[in-house]
Write a protein that binds this ligand. Sequence first.
Ligand SMILES: Nc1nc2c(c(=O)[nH]1)N[C@H]1C(S)=C(S)[C@@H](COP(=O)(O)O)O[C@H]1N2
Ligand SMILES: [Mo]
Length: 405
Amino acid sequence: MIDEAAYDETRLRQWVAGQARGFSRRHLFTLAAAVGAAGLAPSPAHAADSPIVKPLPPELFRVLGTNAETRWSALKDQGYFVPVDRFFVRNHTSTPRLDADSWNLEISGAGLRGEAAHLTLADLRRLPAETHAVTVECAGNGRGYYTSQQGQTVSGTAWGLGAVGVARWRGVRLSTVLRRVGVRRDAVDVQASGLDPNYVTGGVDLGPVRRPMPLAKALDDVLLAYEMNGEPLPPDHGFPVRLVVPRWVGIASIKWVGKIEVSTEPLFSPWNTQFYRLFGSEFPPEGLPFDKQVIKSAFELDPGTVFAAGRRVRLTGRSWSGGGPIRRVEVSTDGGATWRHARFSGRSHEGAWQRWELDWRPSTGTYELLARATDVHGNTQPDVARHNTLGYLFDAVVRVPVTAA
Ligand SMILES: Nc1nc2c(c(=O)[nH]1)N[C@H]1C(S)=C(S)[C@@H](COP(=O)(O)O)O[C@H]1N2
Ligand SMILES: [Mo]
């Protein structure tokens, strides 16, 4: 199940095959050698101790390599926001222990009107703050279902549906900071880099985790967040400061930000849109880029749950979409033969996700539960997700086996 190494391997091959833009020739040769000759050994363990700082009790998390996914059953009876103790963690390497007093953010690059700027946490806290409900979701969330439900081969961490969470993020808008520092008219891209250890795979040091976005997005709704659910950011979620990039794939929300580059040329990194692409028979050979998340639904229970036969049970769940707020959720308790509308429970803060419920009285037997959401723009969940070799953007209706006895 933990197939991070294979995932990295495939990404690296594709990256090499699809021209490693943003890398020097020397790097290209190193990569080619690594892929061709040496073979790609799994990355060495990065830290002697756990790559994640917070406790990961099995009733709240499923641990997958350096990552931990939230168990959906752990969200039952929780509020709209996912508490930190059960918020999923996606670490390429390990959580760095940073000191807020010595930390500062460097903003530099040819796209600035003047010199590079260095901002402390106190500087950021003095700027106007905003709080927003934002979903952070890994682009590979649901990847495991390409295999278990569609019988397809994909590489990467075999997430269930738990690589997603909604929190209240407080911080300063990136646009506020960039405007104060002064951005040139011909600036095009903005790239944040993390202070976690460099990502090394296949013997190649890919450098710090980083990913560019167009200036237009950076000046729109992106936050430099220093609080999560009313507390300082926890170490695993980017302390002291992370990006929060609404509606975009999780990798855009760079944690432990140390540097932000503003450039007058398009930037490339192993994690940018040149890399987070859809590959496979249905896609162009160079891959199809994507940024936005798709639409998904999850029941707040574990697959294989056993209910008491003949008793009413309240099924609960949540749906979310990178396309916009959820308008409708339909639920089937008979494997998709018939559907009922789920009731929305509580409001959807900024459309981050929608909680819903439906009562059901099962008689003895085995069942498949399905939930299908539609957002305000009419995006809905298909029966089958479009296969891509890296297993991104799984949006199909998930079949959840349960029993009543
Ligand atoms: N510096 C840094 N930022 C990062 C990552 C990382 O490994 N290093 N992982 C990214 C990915 S792939 C995801 S899905 C989100 C996960 O955020 P979380 O761990 O707070 O849930 O962080 C993103 N930001
Ligand atoms: Mo991710």
